[in-house]
Design a protein around this ligand. Sequence first.
Ligand code: ZN
Length: 261
Amino acid sequence: MSKIRVAIWNEYRHEREAGPVGEYIRQFYPHGIHRYLAEHLAAEDLSIRTASLDEPDQGLDDERLQSTDVLVWWGHCAHEEVKEELVEKIRQRILAGMGLIVLHSGHYSRIFRRMMGTACRLRWREAGERERLWTVAPAHPIAQSVPETFVIPNHEMYGEPFDLPQDGRIIFMSWFEGGNVFRSGVAFERDRGRIFYFSPGHETFPVYHDKVIQQILKNAIRWAAPENYVPDRITPQPDPPEPIRTENPLKGLDTSFLHKA
Ligand code: ZN
């Protein structure tokens, strides 16, 4: 069995901040969220590499992108630094079959907004409140071995209205101590690619230390892995599956002007 090639991309700025907040975050993620996840999601069927914004080519050169089956994305304060050229390359890879897992504040990343086509705005409050998640699609592969309900004791609130397109399959929903509700796990398809948004993961709480959260991320990676790629999306038009017997009413007329790019 060939392994699923996973790239965990992290903006990796908050974990390197000087001062007490950076120090506080480093007690949970001393080498960054990306390396923590790479270590704790390790499994027989996964081949995991990490990448971050300040590496050459913003961590994802062409070779690495071409050899990634599932891209995991964590970003927050530097979304606009991710180059348009890279966003477009990632988009093309997703349409050809690469999976994308967008975590927490990645809801506002350029690649997620591009793939959704909506504003992706939401309500938020950083009060450190109790979040209760509910598994609302228990038969979905992402929900396998996940309890019907579970709690994150302290988290940043992300709440509705969340401006997502309506074609997402809701897998998890959250309730917060302050009364808000949120679609916290939503799955999408875009052409050949599968995308999963999962909101837990604010950097000042050890959310990724939670075994249930880790199980969900592993499930999501396996679900999003492509069964087969389309090596080149621009393939010649195939012959029609049925013989065409009707007469084209424009036959004999010059219609080339209709086909100019
Ligand atoms: Zn956050």
